[in-house]
Write a protein that binds this ligand. Structure first.
Ligand code: FES
Length: 169
């Protein structure tokens, strides 16, 4: 058996290299995470989530569709619930609008005000939106409701993440 003694100099070299490497990794990890994060986010935003809504059952009257999915944030997993108002337009295209009011974020309802039929109404400050999500001038919201990208798979409605309304010109 060979006896290899580690000199004091070697021991110091190994120790300092190890500690230095550990510290460098600690500094590099957040930078790598920062660089990779936009890619992860882009992937998440392109994700479609299944709802329980059958596309064939949709009509020209908006219906409220709630859907849930699991969201992983590092080691923490939570259940996220989202809502959309969904209907078919004259061309039979499926339109899904976010219920989040563009004034201060309350939830809008279809036909929520009997004085303004066939409109989305925000009860917080009387915000009004047309059926395609366009805000009514003179009411508090300054922009249209966001819209969800939609997809049909096996007759079921899938929704992406809300984005600026593409139905309001
Ligand atoms: S939050 Fe909707 S009108 Fe103010």
């Amino acid at each position: 058996m060979s006896k290899q003694r580690v000199s004091r100099r070697q021991f110091l070299n190994y120790t300092l290299t190890g500690v230095g490497g550990f510290m460098a990794a600690g500094m590099l990890m957040p930078m790598v995470r920062f660089a990779v994060d936009p890619m992860l986010k882009a992937e998440a935003s392109g994700k479609f989530r299944a709802t329980k809504q059958k596309v064939a059952e949709l009509t020209s009257t908006p219906v409220r569709v709630d859907f849930e999915y699991e969201q992983k944030d590092a080691w923490y997993t939570s259940t996220v619930t989202q809502t959309a108002w969904v209907f078919k337009n004259k061309e039979g295209e499926v339109i899904a609008l976010s219920p989040v009011c563009k004034h201060l974020g309350c939830t809008v309802n279809w036909n929520g005000d009997k004085n303004n039929e066939n409109m989305f109404y925000c009860p917080c400050h009387g915000g009004l939106y047309h059926k395609n999500g366009k805000n009514v001038p003179g009411t508090p919201p300054l922009g249209p409701l966001d819209s969800y990208p939609t997809k049909e798979k096996d007759g079921i409605l899938y929704l992406g993440q809300p984005e600026p309304n593409k139905y309001v010109k």
